[in-house]
Design a binder for this molecule. Structure first.
Ligand code: ZN
Length: 275
């Protein structure tokens, strides 16, 4: 197979407004390998805040309500060189993002996928579901709108809905699934020990959620990308039909290299993680 027939894309963990750090990691990879990246997928907690008003609609402790780098890109002082596609996490200005629940390019090359969406990139079908699982929000029907923000807590916007999981289940032939939180039941005993050194009260049944797992079982994507826990981890998920989904959990951008994964797309659309 000719090397030039391959394409490469990157996946990045929680950005939390540190777009320049992310950019440094991506450009380093290109410099080191001499290859170029076609696009970037990002798993939420991106923090696209345009101004202070947006921050008021993010669910987070006050000390974490920082504008971050997005304003530079939004106002044209900087340009991001790769098309980037992201879902929403639990720390986002949903007062802004929920104005585009079906997705939108919110600044040059920064594409929000919306609450649930499927797009096609380099021949791959990418499905994304924004938000995290919250039992009390899951059966909401519907979620309050942007216009109603004043009368609701920011927390009411961070969860995905049962109807959105159902919508995602209907997507066929998914190649890549973007989720913010992990699926339940994938962490190994060894990784759990390491995880507990950082989060002492963590236990097997508190990591990830059942709906993420259900989506993987039904959609059987080749690749699942997630973040949220700021912890690098890989897992091979065997769904009942003998198909395999590679699960790639990413650290956050502030942690450096562990937040980045790069994949090769072969002409037959096989996806392989490379270093
Ligand atoms: Zn995060």
């Amino acid at each position: 197979m000719l090397e030039e027939e391959n394409l490469y894309f990157a996946a990045v963990g929680d950005v939390h407004g540190h777009i320049y750090r992310m950019l440094g990691l991506l450009q380093n990879w290109e410099k080191k390998t001499g290859k170029s990246l076609s696009f970037v997928l990002q798993v939420g907690d991106f923090e696209a805040h345009r101004h202070e008003e947006d921050l008021k609609t993010m669910d987070a402790p006050t000390k974490y309500k920082q504008l971050g780098d997005f304003t530079d890109f939004y106002e044209g002082r900087a340009r991001f060189p790769y098309p980037l596609y992201f879902i929403g996490g639990n720390h986002e200005s949903y007062g802004f993002l929920d104005q585009h629940i079906k997705g939108k390019e919110i600044a040059p090359n920064f594409n929000y996928l919306g609450r649930v969406n499927a797009i096609k990139l380099a021949g791959l079908k990418i499905v994304g579901v924004s938000g995290v699982y919250k039992a009390d929000l899951f059966s909401q029907l519907p979620r309050p709108t942007v216009a109603e923000f004043r009368n609701h807590s920011n927390k009411e916007y961070i969860g995905f809905l049962e109807s959105e999981i159902e919508q995602a289940i209907d997507y066929e032939n998914t190649d890549v699934l973007l989720l913010h939180d992990w699926p339940r039941g994938i962490i190994s005993a060894e990784a759990l020990e390491k995880f507990k050194q950082r989060y002492s009260n963590a236990d097997y049944n508190s990591i990830g959620n059942e709906y993420a797992r259900l989506l993987i079982e039904i959609l059987q994507p080749k690749l699942v990308l997630c973040g949220h826990l700021h912890f690098k981890y890989r897992y091979v998920f065997n769904s009942s039909s003998q198909l395999v989904s590679n699960i790639c959990c990413l650290a956050n951008v502030k942690q450096g290299q562990d937040s980045l994964a790069v994949f090769r797309i072969a002409p037959d659309l096989k996806i392989t993680e490379i270093n």
